[in-house]
Design a protein around this ligand. Structure first.
Ligand code: SAM
Length: 237
């Protein structure tokens, strides 16, 4: 596989490979080639990644790399990289390390002087931001806030005067309480709630936080959600 000229040829490369967030067509040619050519794919959930690999007729061996085994597994992956093998890290969807496992492996590879190459592609955060209709010259990606309301409200309070557009991930069963906390702490701002992007039931709700709460109280929220919220005073400037 082609490598940058500064890569030590006796050592392998860790590729951070973005995969689809729903629609299997959302994968780059380079990602497919990398997944085919590496010696090993380290996947958050090997059964989940298997569907993608079967779809593209890729038979590269897989191994699991997830929150619970990342320390010991990371050491084993680094040892293999040191022998010259190349490894692709993938998560269940989107870009590994973005609210997903991978950070520790990166640190272990950086410490071991192993080359790391990104294979960019989908991320729910960027996909949701790109269609939100809110200012995006800069923005703040917060990922998941705490599942506990008290802590979540404190986290929101720390962001209440943030002028940049804010992006959050949230699970379907907490979306209403999350939006209620947003209303309490931020007031009734503009919001864009993106559901099931790139999938069959893709839907985007743009409006006020109150309107979003109303909608999700009427129809029980299902699927995956990314929430984009206008920054403090963003419309008044
Ligand atoms: N690393 C992934 C990425 O780059 O998109 C994010 C992983 S995080 C564990 C998963 C969260 O991303 C979901 O709970 C949801 O908030 C958001 N998400 C993932 N897929 C989505 C989709 N198709 N539509 C909207 N949000 C999505």
């Amino acid at each position: 596989m082609a490598q940058p000229t500064d890569t030590n040829p006796t050592e392998g490369v860790l590729y951070i490979v973005s995969t689809p967030i729903g629609n299997l067509e959302d994968i780059t040619l380079r990602a497919l080639r990398t997944l085919k050519e590496v010696d090993l794919i380290a996947a958050e959930d090997t059964r989940h990644t298997r569907r993608l690999l079967v779809h593209y007729e890729i038979d590269t061996p897989t191994t699991s790399y997830f929150e619970g085994n990342q320390i010991q597994k990371g050491e084993r992956l680094v040892a293999r990289l040191k022998t010259g093998e190349s490894i692709a890290l993938v998560s269940d969807a989107g870009t590994p390390t973005i609210s997903d496992p991978g950070y520790r492996l990166l640190i272990q590879c950086i410490d071991a002087d192993i080359a790391i190459i990104p294979i960019p592609g989908p991320s729910a955060c960027i996909a949701a931001a790109s269609i939100a209709g809110l200012p995006l010259h800069n923005f703040v990606f917060e990922g998941f806030l705490s599942p506990k309301s008290g802590r979540r409200k404190r986290q929101l309070a720390e962001l209440s005067e943030e002028k940049r557009t804010l992006i959050f991930y949230e699970s379907p069963h907490r979306i209403v309480v999350f939006l209620q906390d947003v209303l309490d702490v931020f007031g009734d701002r503009q919001v864009s709630v993106a559901r099931e992007l790139t999938k069959k039931f893709e839907e985007v709700l743009r409006g006020t936080v109150t309107e979003a709460i109303q909608k999700f109280q009427e129809t029980s929220p299902r699927g995956e959600f990314t929430i984009v919220i206008e920054g403090f005073l963003s419309r008044k400037e």
